[in-house]
Write a protein that binds this ligand. Structure first.
Ligand SMILES: [Zn+2]
Ligand SMILES: [Zn+2]
Length: 376
């Protein structure tokens, strides 16, 4: 009784100098559609069953310092990817399965960033967070965290710490570039409903800044370039297929926003991964925002595949307005309360995130590089 209509694009692309041949496949759920296999099952279950990272990590709960367990090396790779274990600790892909001090330290920092007790142990809450779908933008770049662990101790007020962050050097689009254009990789042949998802995502940022966004005809000449790609597409952040890397975006003024064409993307938040939710987050990176520890914020690193999270929270608005200022056209004011809309379809509640009031500051020197959503 479910409307099933999935569109498959399989395109061999000769696009780009950086990607000589890129096979592209994207499965997009049409509105009101769920999984395209005709089975009446819960999509969350499907995702969990398909979560290869869960297989790697699920047996690690309870592991403590000094233990040796299969999967710990993989967990170190995970933390390395997101900046919690730097290259100097151990060479990439050569991690051991020993619970060492580097992993313990990574866990503590990770737990701090994700509002968890910094035990340094693999407890159930931490493992649950690790398994949660997330943006792969490193939370720590060059040893500096964009999130809780990187916050300065505030001696002036208990309620004045903002959580938004920027890329290193705080790059932004130049003042003369307030009318930004975007275009879709022509080889993807995206449909109008799909393009409308991105249009809505851009409009949320336009509402609170002086920026405007319009679709350009010329892909090469557009400020921001959006495309679905599969596997290694030449930028050092290869996509890894279904339920792996979902998307990534680059800091200003790069403009590249890539999505994993192997994923099942949903345009309405039902089934698959909600495309608009991912788009709003990645556009935040395109504009210069890093990650935030405020769980309600769009720029919080994780997003459940069972949720639709598309509205900017106050933290997002304050962050973007540090870079660009308010909307002179009289756009939306800073929300007084968390406004994230989330569709709960299960008990997978991430817990009460905190939204702290905010004095604006320009202290955060930035952090965070390429955005990569990982669906674990
Ligand atoms: Zn991100
Ligand atoms: Zn890419």
């Amino acid at each position: 009784m479910k409307l099933i209509k999935a569109t498959h694009f399989i395109i061999i692309s000769t696009f780009l100098l950086i990607s000589p041949i890129t096979a592209f496949k994207v499965v997009l759920s049409s509105p009101n559609a769920t999984l395209g296999d005709g089975h009446d099952h819960d999509h969350g279950e499907y995702l969990e069953e398909s979560n290869q990272w869960k297989n790697y990590f699920e047996n690690l709960s309870g592991c403590a310092f000094g233990d040796e367990a299969q999967g710990l090396a993989r967990l170190k790779q995970y933390f390395h990817h997101f900046g919690y274990i730097d290259d100097h600790d151990e060479k990439l892909m050569n991690f051991s399965d020993v619970f060492d001090s580097a992993l313990q330290s990574a866990l503590k920092t990770y737990q701090t960033n994700f509002n968890l007790p910094p035990s340094g142990a693999i407890d159930a809450a931490t493992l649950s967070q690790i398994l949660r779908p997330r943006c792969g933008v490193p939370d720590i770049i060059n040893g500096s965290s964009t999130m809780n662990s990187g916050k300065p101790t505030n001696h002036n007020s208990l309620h004045s710490t903002a959580h938004f962050s920027f890329f290193p050097g705080q790059p932004r689009w130049a003042p003369f570039q307030q009318s930004l254009t975007y275009a879709f990789f022509p080889g993807n042949n995206l449909t109008d409903p799909i393009k409308a998802v991105f249009r809505r995502a851009f409009s949320r940022w336009a509402a609170v800044t002086p920026l405007t966004f319009s679709e350009a005809d010329s892909y090469p000449e557009a400020d921001m370039k959006i495309g679905f790609f599969v596997g290694d597409h030449g930028d050092g952040e290869p996509f890894d297929g279904v339920l792996g890397t979902l998307a990534h975006a680059f800091s200003p003024p790069d403009g590249r926003f890539h999505l994993d064409g192997a994923e099942e993307w949903a345009v309405d938040g039902v089934g698959g991964v909600d495309l608009e939710s991912v788009a709003v987050h990645e556009i935040g990176h395109l504009l210069g925002l890093g990650h935030s520890s405020v769980e309600e914020a769009i720029m919080f690193p994780t997003i459940s595949s069972r949720r639709r999270k598309v509205e900017l929270a106050r933290d997002d608005v304050e962050g973007i307005q540090v870079l660009y200022g308010e909307n002179p056209r009289g756009g939306a004011a800073v929300p007084a309360a968390p406004t994230t809309q989330e569709r709960e379809r299960s008990s997978d509640e991430s817990g009460g995130g905190r939204l702290r009031g905010g004095r604006r500051w320009g202290f955060w020197g930035g952090i965070v590089g390429v955005g990569v959503f990982i669906l674990l």
